[in-house]
Design a binder for this molecule. Structure first.
Ligand code: CAA
Length: 257
């Protein structure tokens, strides 16, 4: 797969996608959106890809939506083209997706990281929703996903002041799953993705689906949904294999069925 704004490397069962617009700190323009969407559609249907890591450069995961591209957009055009709606597709990606964040993850960059299943951050990472300083507000989910990730107080603080938070504060707040030394970011994210890729495919997909449903459903509906998926997994060979392997004190050999 060759792209103008992405580098895609297949490492075993893991696809490593690197945003590649260094001249604009990986600002997210319409080409990035189209290419990411194309890449993720391919991964979704390719059984050889079992997990994905999305990263940027050392200096910037992504410094936001491309301000130069949207500077002259008018309301009528934004509304009739449903500007930014294309980004809503990414969270529909069914396979595990880890964001490996170094440097700036601002505006759309922070929102893109939040669309991933979890974030592993380098100590250098800085998160923020600075849209307010441009006379706009977040438009790719910042006001919604940030509240769910870190609660109203900090979400309001970030969205209203536009300030950045460092990796340590982001981890403390629950935005980030792990913080690692700068040189270890990609290795740590790939290791996590490889570990997931080695587990039983159906249970991995269902775990992701169930966790994501927690954002949409009442607790009673969510618990029922979880229980139904849990019960369904007893129809898989991998459940038999996983439990037999535990009892026989050996590693499981999952077949993804
Ligand atoms: N869009 C377009 N270009 C961007 C950009 C962005 N979001 N962020 C950085 N760039 C460009 C700069 O214009 C600059 O290009 P030139 O060399 O051609 O001038 C280049 O990247 C390097 O940037 P800086 O010189 O500014 O680098 P710095 O190290 O001094 O500062 C920074 C880094 C603090 C991240 C600063 O670039 C910055 O504040 N960027 C904008 C952050 C922002 O406001 N993001 C929100 C965008 S709106 C949005 O995302 C809406 C949404 O919800 C979808």
């Amino acid at each position: 797969m060759t792209f103008e704004t992405l580098i895609v490397e297949i490492r075993g069962a893991v696809a490593l996608v690197t945003l590649n617009r260094p001249q604009a700190l990986n600002a997210l323009n319409s080409v990035v959106m189209r290419e990411l969407s194309e890449a993720f559609k391919t991964f979704d249907t390719d059984p050889a890809v079992r997990a994905v890591v999305l990263t940027g450069s050392e200096k910037a995961f992504a410094a936001g939506a491309d301000i130069k591209e949207m500077q002259h957009v008018e309301f009528a055009e934004a509304y009739s083209s449903d500007f930014l709606a294309g980004w809503a597709e990414l969270p529909n990606f069914r396979k595990p997706l880890i964001a490996a964040v170094s440097g700036f993850a601002l505006g759309g960059g922070c929102e893109l990281a939040m669309m991933c299943d979890f974030i592993i951050a380098s100590k250098t990472a800085r998160f923020g929703q600075p849209e307010i300083t441009l006379g706009i507000i977040p438009g790719m989910g910042g006001t919604q996903r940030l509240v769910r990730a870190i609660g109203k107080a900090k979400a309001m603080d970030l969205c209203l002041t536009g300030r950045m938070m460092d990796a340590e504060e982001a981890e403390r707040s629950g935005l980030v799953a792990r913080v690692v030394e700068p040189g270890k970011l990609i290795d740590e994210a790939l290791a996590a993705a490889e570990r997931i890729a080695g587990l039983s495919g159906p249970s991995v997909l269902m775990a992701k689906e169930a966790v994501n449903r927690a954002f949409e459903l009442t607790l009673a509906e969510g618990l029922r949904f979880e229980r139904r998926l849990f019960q369904a997994l007893f129809a898989t060979e991998d459940q038999k294999e996983g439990m037999a392997a535990f009892v026989e004190k050996r590693p499981p050999a999952f077949k993804n069925r």
